[in-house]
Ligand binder design. Structure first.
Ligand code: FAD
Length: 295
């Protein structure tokens, strides 16, 4: 079944993990995945850092565990900016070998220390290439409810998003955001632009100060006053900040479900305990949405 088909039946609940770092062994991610398995997500996606060949191997190894050991559909992220066509071919063929036929095609984060390979400057070029050469692959792509930070505005960003859909992407996962109204406004803009593929809302539970500061810096995502107040109040109390971060994410998800969102993609940060707490607090709302969809 294609990822895109899942949305016909239900409100999708999916997770994102990252592969082990240089210092962590594959056993650490196995433990994480074991902890996430019981949440019965509709799929789990695995990130891939922009540069470096050995990183590809780790992402593929984690996708293999998800797809073939946990029997949960896996999506492998593939950032194209620092990859040649041959390198992309090699990733796709290795994924094909382990029966993972879904990718999230990205440009990838820019890295000052690397020169682009020149084959894929933007995600739409990578999507077109993979879609033509490997037509049985399912291609998702990224979108930005608060606009991509390099864009001059929504007109440009949504026109570029259309290029990704026209090139063969059939499912969108959003950048994390902390203000649901921005997501609803974005949904409207996509509708008006004729983009009607399933759109999942990316939610990141922020449970420590460093993580929040890094996210705001890297992604340029605005942090609303409500969230900043929470931070100010609890930044020096680890447990309280964790509770508040989980509660904020749960509140966002319930509101999104009440608005009939297509799906929630939870950035787990490889923390199964937090993901479980969020699932436990929202699972009945997911089920209620599903019942309404089937009727
Ligand atoms: P693009 O779609 O290429 O867009 C990048 C910018 O260029 C935008 O401003 C867009 O408007 C503009 N643009 C797009 N197409 C064109 C065009 N044809 N001509 C001119 N301008 C254009 N990064 C990683 O390195 N690894 C990951 O695993 C990873 N996972 C992610 C998962 C999700 C769900 C999201 C939202 C992001 C992820 N990222 C990851 C980060 C992502 O790589 C960055 O946000 C990156 O800056 C943009 O990637 P993109 O695929 O959206 O790029």
């Amino acid at each position: 079944m294609e990822i895109n088909d899942l949305f016909k039946e239900k409100t999708v609940f999916s997770l994102e993990v990252f592969p082990p770092s240089k210092t962590n062994s594959i056993n650490s991610i196995i433990k994480t995945l074991e902890g996430l398995k019981d949440l019965k997500p509709d799929f789990i996606s695995v990130t891939l850092g922009s540069g470096g060949v050995r990183k590809d191997e780790k992402t593929i190894a984690v996708a293999d565990i998800i797809q073939n050991h946990l029997n949960i559909p896996a999506i492998a992220h593939v950032p194209g900016l620092y990859k040649s066509r041959n390198e992309v071919d090699s990733i796709i063929q290795n994924l094909n070998r382990i029966n993972v036929k879904s990718i999230l095609a990205l440009r990838g984060d820019r890295m000052d220390s690397l020169e682009p390979k020149g084959d894929f400057f933007h995600a739409n070029e990578l999507i077109r290439y993979v879609h033509k050469r490997y037509p049985d692959f399912d291609i998702s792509s990224a979108c930005y409810p608060e606009c991509h930070q390099e864009s001059t505005g929504f007109v440009e960003d949504i026109n570029n998003l259309k290029l990704k859909i026209n090139a063969g992407s059939n499912h969108l996962i959003s950048q994390l955001f902390f203000d649901n109204q921005h997501f609803y406004d974005f949904q409207e803009k996509l509708k008006l632009s004729g983009i009607n593929v399933p759109l999942e809302a990316g939610i990141m539970p922020c449970i420590n100060k460093k993580q929040i500061e890094k996210i705001a810096e890297v992604s340029g995502v605005p942090v609303p006053e409500k969230f900043q107040n929470m931070l100010k109040k609890y930044e020096n109390n680890k447990e309280a900040l964790k509770e508040a971060g989980i509660a904020y994410a749960v509140d966002q998800i319930i509101d999104l479900l009440a608005h009939g969102v297509d799906g929630i993609h939870l950035y787990t940060m490889n923390n199964p305990d937090v993901a479980r707490r969020i699932w436990d607090a929202t699972k009945y709302a997911f089920k209620a949405n599903q019942v309404q969809k089937v009727k």
